[in-house]
Design a protein around this ligand. Structure first.
Ligand code: PBG
Length: 356
């Protein structure tokens, strides 16, 4: 530290620290240093801004339903609808126009195709596969397609995996089904396989199978630290599993109290071949994002989940906050915490705001 950083006005202990070089990264002292000085005008705030949010940071989750020309609004997710495949293609075009690089697709499987073992997940002609092919046909590689891997949109009990007589979700049997589901999605054109099921060992098993099948460039974004959260309610309405689900998902999703365990989950998924990792939910778990980023220095994503979206919409609807400002501030917070990108139902709206 040059001696010019010291001042006769400083307390002697501070000058001693500055001279010794034993100080923390020290800013100057008032009034020579006024942190409000660079905040005084918009040009200066722009120049000093440390974090930027762009449409390229966003992944847009979309819900697919049967039919054509169908739009079904989701009551618990105001402003979000399920779309039939043709509508998904329109949304995909919209995303490209807005500069959103990737969609995340979720199917609302019709009731008579749900079963105890969720075998519809393996059907090469299921709703998800038809949506993937339609977007790929329309847009080629101008948009990324991320697919959720878990059985809950396909099971008659709403759990993410295969269950035993007691209702316990079986790990290894489920992993085998998830491998089949992943290969099915990759064959239909998925770019990023995103396992959201929290079974142990599924990343390695899926990676091996993708390599063997020649899908060497199909990525895996692992929902590595996914918590058993109260924020998923509207999503379960959207995929139609909320009425089916008995009990909870606490024997596989993580305890919201835990951090060390999240780091172990991430370490294992990276060792098994995950290209990127996700933390979920988002805003209440930014401490996890930051710790994962600092520990592993890999691409980290977060999912601003359905309940978080609904809370922002509820706040805006009752006048507790300005919707646009809430949306942009929360998304910026993910970037500041260390995220490479965010899955958010506000993606199109946020991109429109960012594009002016
Ligand atoms: C299912 C899945 C869930 C979400 C994404 N994939 C719900 C759950 O685990 O019950 C939640 C997303 C959201 O709430 O927006 N495997």
């Amino acid at each position: 530290m040059p001696s010019s950083a010291t001042s006769l006005d400083n307390p002697p202990e501070l000058n001693a620290a500055l001279f010794s070089g034993n100080h923390p990264r020290m800013t100057g002292t008032y009034p020579h240093t006024r942190l409000r000085r660079p905040r005084a005008s918009a040009w200066s705030r722009a120049l000093h801004r440390e974090t930027i949010l762009t449409p390229a940071d966003l992944i847009w989750p979309l819900f697919v339903t049967e039919g054509s020309g169908v739009e079904q609004p989701i009551a618990s997710l105001p402003g979000v609808s399920r779309w039939s495949v043709d509508g998904i293609v329109e949304r995909a075009r919209e995303a490209v126009d807005l500069g959103i690089p990737c969609l995340a697709l979720f199917p609302n499987t019709q009731a008579d195709r749900r079963s105890e073992d969720g075998r519809e997940a393996l059907n090469p002609d299921n709703l998800m596969c038809r949506a993937l092919k339609a977007v790929r046909d329309a847009l080629g590689d101008r948009i990324g397609l991320l697919t959720d891997v878990a059985l809950d949109p396909y099971t008659s009990h709403g759990q993410d995996g295969l269950i035993d007589e007691a209702g316990y979700v079986l790990n290894d049997e489920t992993v085998a089904a998830l491998v089949g589901q992943s290969l099915n999605q990759a064959a239909a054109g998925a770019d990023v396989i995103a396992p959201s099921d929290m079974m142990d060992g599924r990343i390695g098993a899926i990676r091996d199978a993708l390599e063997d099948a020649g899908h060497t460039n199909v990525q895996i974004m692992s929902y590595a630290a996914k918590y058993a959260s109260a924020f998923y309610g509207p999503f379960r309405d959207a995929v139609g599993s909320s009425g089916l689900l008995k009990g909870d998902k606490k024997t596989y999703q993580m305890d919201p109290a835990n951090t060390e365990e999240a780091l172990r989950e991430v370490a294992m998924d990276l060792a098994e071949g995950a290209d990127s990792v996700m933390v979920k939910p988002g805003l209440p778990y930014l401490d996890i994002v930051r710790r994962v980023k600092e520990r592993f220095e890999v691409p980290v994503f977060a999912y601003q989940v359905s309940g978080e979206y609904a809370m922002i919409e509820a706040a805006a609807a009752c006048g507790a906050g300005d919707r646009d400002a809430l949306v942009l501030e929360t998304l910026l917070a993910f970037k500041r915490a260390g995220c490479s990108g965010v899955l958010t139902y506000h993606a199109a709206h946020a991109a429109r705001l960012l594009n002016g």
